[in-house]
Design a protein around this ligand. Sequence first.
Ligand code: LLP
Length: 428
Amino acid sequence: MTRSKLSQAYPLGSRLDEDGRLELGGCDAVELAREFGTPAYIVVEDDLRARAQTFVEAFKARTKDFDVLFASKAFPCTAVYRVLAQEGIACDVASGGELALALRGGFDPARIYMHGNAKSVEELRFARETGVGHIVIDNADEIERLEQVVGGDEPQPVLLRVTPDVSGATHAAISTGQADSKFGFSMIDAPDAIARVSNSEQLQLVGLHVHIGSQILELEPFRRAIEAIAPLGDFPVYNLGGGLGVAYTAEQEPPRISDYVAAKVDTVADVLGPGKRILDEPGRALVANSTVTLYTVQSVKRNVSTWVAVDGGMSDNLRPMLYGAVYEAQIADRFPLSGTGGGTPSRLTGKHCESGDVIVRDVELADPRVGDVVVTPATGAYGHALANNYNGVPRPPVIFVSQGDARVVVRRETYDDLAARDVDDGDD
Ligand code: LLP
């Protein structure tokens, strides 16, 4: 019998050897767990680079004037910024902190776009001081705030975010295009805002921005969003947001990057006219499948269910709890033979003090035992980004692997880190 094939949720170039052991970027997964400890995020660097190149090539094949922006909220880690900057990608930041990291990662500030529905004066000043190319205006209060920050200096190029009243089928918490959204100007308010910004001496309006939501697995909503904003006028630049869904499990079949790009670019040409500069902001689709998380089994308990508890959980992957997100999981050195199913029906659970801290609710694991290394693929997007210290658990390291080499790019937190911001009140 042969080993099962790895699902498309795993990083490009991952493989199983004859014994059913997982290899990532040319490194044995269990060896990585031994060397760097668990939990750990393992990023296959070549996967990151390949997906960035696929986006750029897909645009190049259809239009001359475009830029692909990394929506960096998905994986705000200096080394990831650095790789994507090297691949010629531009950057979307949603806060002063992401801006600081993007600059540290080597992004040219002129190719940074600053987002946010509640940007502070400090964040706007920081963007101006560092020469951020474009600021995406979200609301009327921000128009005045930014005008004041600009004052008598050079005008600031801006885009205006509009909410097209179009949404895709996704979890409510990550749907943004509906009329009743906290993001952007409604279709009713947009004309006044466009007029207001067009007449501003401090702001230079270059175009519109629209982002309808995240983890969208069909292309039609992206087309409808572009059609919806057409009546708002003719602009040289359109930022079409991100939102392309990815495969978290073998069953999910997201559109191909080239089809997603074709749908957006062709709709712009058809509906908005030729010669537009098109910006796109993938987050998840650039980084999710580049990464897996490795855990070690700490206990296997059988009551009504079989509870396989590992050394991480909601502190390194909040997505199951926040969105009911479903992941795959396998024992990293005992992938099942094809046709045999996975083995023991299990609940893969975290170490945190909440019953809801379940990483995968229904998963078949191959005879799980204490000490086994468990792998969950597709944790590159919003894994590290949403990591936290609940229960005083130090956040995991980020390890890059490439062609058989592994290196730490973010070290594991320590107990000292947990107290690093304490202010000594001089008791001793
Ligand atoms: N552009 C804007 C303005 C956005 O707000 C977002 C995501 C993106 C681009 C990138 O979307 P993506 O290509 O990654 O779908 N924490 C949630 C996702 C929140 C998305 C927020 N905005 C999750 O883990 O599913």
